[in-house]
Design a protein around this ligand. Structure first.
Ligand code: LLP
Length: 442
């Protein structure tokens, strides 16, 4: 029946509500956002980010006497997200001078920062020491040597964690696994580097060894690898107590919990994840007679990922008979490189036509000059038309933070929505921004 809403076939949305067939996010109609701010547009539901932060804090409080959630800012680093995570009581994980300065300018006190990085420069370490970054996570012996020299020269003292590589391979994309034996990150537990790192850190007078850290990978959809990593870390803590007479005060088990990208995805809940970790830590601490450490986790994706929606305008639509239909949008791999990099999959809907049956199979292409610039292969949507508003869900993590200016496209703005109101937190890049560092030819 033409024009009749077909409720049964309406597309399930992963964020926001459907009102009269139209997508509404944080109380603001997607179409209004597109009109007011233009497309492509990163939209973030502020309440969802806060709820995600609170889920971690509540689960950690329920499971441990002392625990701390840390926001891995690399997932979406800007003033607004650093501020918000800080307001929610999270520490901020930073990996570069750029992320340090962003968090500091967002008003996060330096002692609430935790610095990571597999190849920190002397300048970054000096900045961290000078500004009083709370924890430096030592990744390798070069870090250790630089810190030894810097603290000796400046008289500064640093609280450090050691990043260990437990040799665990979660089932996730190769590029985002980090905890295996063959990894550029951390001190290997299997090859003995971790033990040597403990001994050498204890020998550096101005370094206070607070604990140990691991991070096994990202978008991990089952709990087993986290449990195995926690086991390995607790065994190591027991060795440290026995052989080196040092207590692991802080046990940072990294980030990596997966999120829902497609309606069928079933990631473990934050509660299930934290209680799985708690079982291991409590049992092993009991067995080895260790005091319970302060347990930290460092989520990035599961704080901001499902709070994001990217809005696009459909442009060229073409069908290759018998082969495939394409609908091109005004964004692409320059603002979301994840499909091209990791074969990441997303759900796309036509944000103004949610009650229409999804009768077409259409590949949503970006506008970069590469055949590989596809955002969603074979999306099921109503027959798209130029001018349609297209929404892609769960784009809050690793999109803006990994965006580029490929083909000299300006990066989209970020808008926070909440209670029916929208505010720009990162402005749209302009052509002048793009040219600002080009030196005009003589
Ligand atoms: N801690 C450390 C030391 C990390 O390296 C990472 C992520 C996290 C925490 C946060 O992990 P999350 O909770 O977000 O999974 N660009 C890739 C993901 C790279 C993850 C890098 N490290 C992607 O788009 O899938």
């Amino acid at each position: 029946m033409d024009g009749e809403p077909v409720i049964e076939e309406r597309q399930r949305v992963l964020l926001g509500e459907v009102q009269g067939g139209r997508l509404v996010i944080g109380g603001v109609p997607a179409a209004d956002l597109a009109r007011q701010f233009g497309t492509p547009l990163y939209v973030m539901d502020e309440r969802r980010i806060r709820d995600n932060c609170r889920a971690y804090t509540a689960a950690l409080r329920a499971a441990f006497p002392r625990a701390q959630a840390v926001f891995a800012s690399k997932a979406l680093c800007c003033l607004a997200t650093c501020r918000l995570a800080h307001e929610e009581g999270l520490l901020i994980d930073v990996v570069s001078a750029g992320e340090i300065h962003t968090a500091l300018r967002a008003g996060v006190p330096a002692d609430r920062l935790l610095l990571h990085g597999s190849n920190k420069t002397p300048d970054e370490l000096e900045l961290a020491l000078r500004s009083g970054v709370g924890r430096i996570v030592v990744d390798n012996f070069y870090d250790l040597e630089l810190l030894e020299a810097l603290t000796a020269r400046t008289g500064a003292v640093a609280d450090v964690l050691l990043r260990l590589t437990p040799g665990i391979e979660p089932h996730t994309h190769r590029a985002i696994r980090t905890g295996g034996v063959d990894s550029k990150f951390g001190f290997g537990m299997v090859d003995g580097a971790a033990r040597e790192a403990v001994a050498r850190t204890l020998d550096v007078p101005r370094l206070r060894l607070r604990g140990i850290h691991c991070h096994i990978g990202s978008q991990v959809m089952d709990l087993e690898p986290f449990v195995l990593a926690a086991e390995a870390m607790m065994e190591f803590a027991a060795w440290m107590a026995r052989a080196q007479r040092v207590t692991v005060e802080e046990l940072d088990l990294g980030g990596g919990l997966g999120i829902r990208y497609l309606p069928a995805d079933e990631p473990p809940s934050v509660e299930a994840y934290v209680s799985a970790l708690a079982r291991v830590v409590r049992t092993r601490a009991g067995e080895h007679g260790l005091p319970l450490p302060t347990v930290m986790v460092e989520p990035g994706r599961s704080i901001v990922g499902d709070a994001g929606v990217t809005l696009y305008t459909v442009g060229a639509v073409k069908a290759i008979p018998g082969i495939r239909a394409y609908a091109s949008v005004d964004g692409g791999m320059y603002e979301n490189p994840r499909p091209a990099l990791y074969n990441a999959r997303y759900q796309a809907v036509l944000a103004e036509r949610l009650l229409e049956p999804a009768t077409a199979t259409v590949t949503i292409a970006g506008r970069c000059c590469e055949s590989g610039d596809v955002l969603v292969w074979d999306a099921r949507v109503p027959e798209p038309r130029p001018g349609d508003l297209l929404a892609v869900f769960s784009t809050g993590a690793y999109t803006y933070s990994m965006a580029s200016n490929y083909n000299r496209y300006p990066r989209p703005p970020i808008v926070f929505v909440r209670d029916g109101r929208a505010r720009v937190v990162v402005a749209r890049e302009t052509i002048d921004d793009l040219l600002a560092r080009d030196i005009p030819p003589a």
